[in-house]
Design a protein around this ligand. Structure first.
Ligand code: ADP
Ligand code: MG
Length: 260
């Protein structure tokens, strides 16, 4: 019997120290790899990770979110690719240590955008890897863009697109907060356990360091596409041991579920 498919995004805020250059949270990555190993007994997974202090920092330094405007940015493109590969390699290593048959795939080689919107999305290797029992691992990346030269493909968008294309049961966004906080009429902030897509316009956002792909605001906008496609989206704090597992299996814990 085929196992249910869940797409998991490991947020850069959880797997790196977002405000410290190129600093992985090794302990968190190790714990997540252990949880993923256990989860694979029950579900199929595609793992997507974010850039955190490996991607956003360099992208910001070279203004890569504005596309390719001058030749001086080219070396920045290489540096982002280098740093994302470095982070991905580290995660791959931790997963191998746990005996996970991980299969790293680089979006720069299978996605092309036009004006920052995904145009070509060659997902066949992801599907083929899954069919063979491998665990695809991919990440937010810098990709080639037909109009802007280059664009930044956010891990959030990539995870959402994979969830829709592969008809996943759930899409789990792991980050460094317990979920989405909403303001109550008295002005307090509370964690929304359930949040309707139609209520997203009421969410107030605060800034959280350098995130060239739009932070929580963009995550929710993207996530609503998955919800509209019938996929359950869960957002929670994967730096807390056990929360990733509980979201993937939809067991009770502190997290936000997005509903239609
Ligand atoms: N209303 C909100 N509810 C929860 N988090 C929010 C909200 N507004 C802004 N944030 C910020 O969004 C951050 C998560 O988004 P982001 O930094 O892009 O994470 P990731 O690296 O996981 O993609 C949190 O650290 C939090 O500070
Ligand atoms: Mg983000």
């Amino acid at each position: 019997m085929n196992k249910d498919l869940v797409i998991v995004k490991l947020g850069g805020s959880a797997i790196t120290y977002k405000n410290k250059a190129f600093a992985p949270r090794k302990g968190v990555i190790e714990t997540l790899a252990k949880e993923i190993k256990e989860l694979l007994g029950e579900v199929s997974l595609v793992i997507v990770h974010g850039g955190g202090s490996f991607g956003h920092r360099v992208a910001n330094q070279y203004s890569l979110d504005q596309g390719l405007r001058k030749s001086g940015q080219l070396i920045g493109v290489s540096k982002v690719r280098y740093r994302m590969t470095e982070l991905s390699q580290m995660i791959t290593g931790e997963m191998i240590k746990e005996g996970i048959p991980v299969f790293p795939l680089h979006p720069s080689s299978f996605v092309i955008s036009s004006s920052c919107k995904i145009r070509l999305f060659f997902d066949k290797p992801v599907k083929a890897a899954l069919e063979k029992g491998l665990v695809p691992l991919t990440f937010g990346d810098i990709i080639l863009d037909k109009k802007k030269g280059i664009s930044i493909l956010s891990g959030d968008d990539l995870a959402c697109r994979l969830a829709i294309n592969l008809k996943a049961l759930r899409l789990v966004y792991g980050t460094d907060v317990n979920g989405v906080y909403v303001n109550t009429p008295s002005g307090d902030k509370i964690l929304a356990k359930k949040l309707r897509v139609s209520e997203l316009s009421k969410v107030r956002f605060c800034s959280a360091g350098v995130d060239v792909t739009g932070g929580m605001r963009h995550k929710l906008k993207t996530a609503s596409d998955a919800v509209k496609a019938g996929i359950k989206v869960l957002i929670g704090n994967i730096t807390v041991p056990g929360v990733l597992s509980n979201m993937v299996l939809e067991k009770p814990d502190n997290y936000t579920v997005l509903i239609p």
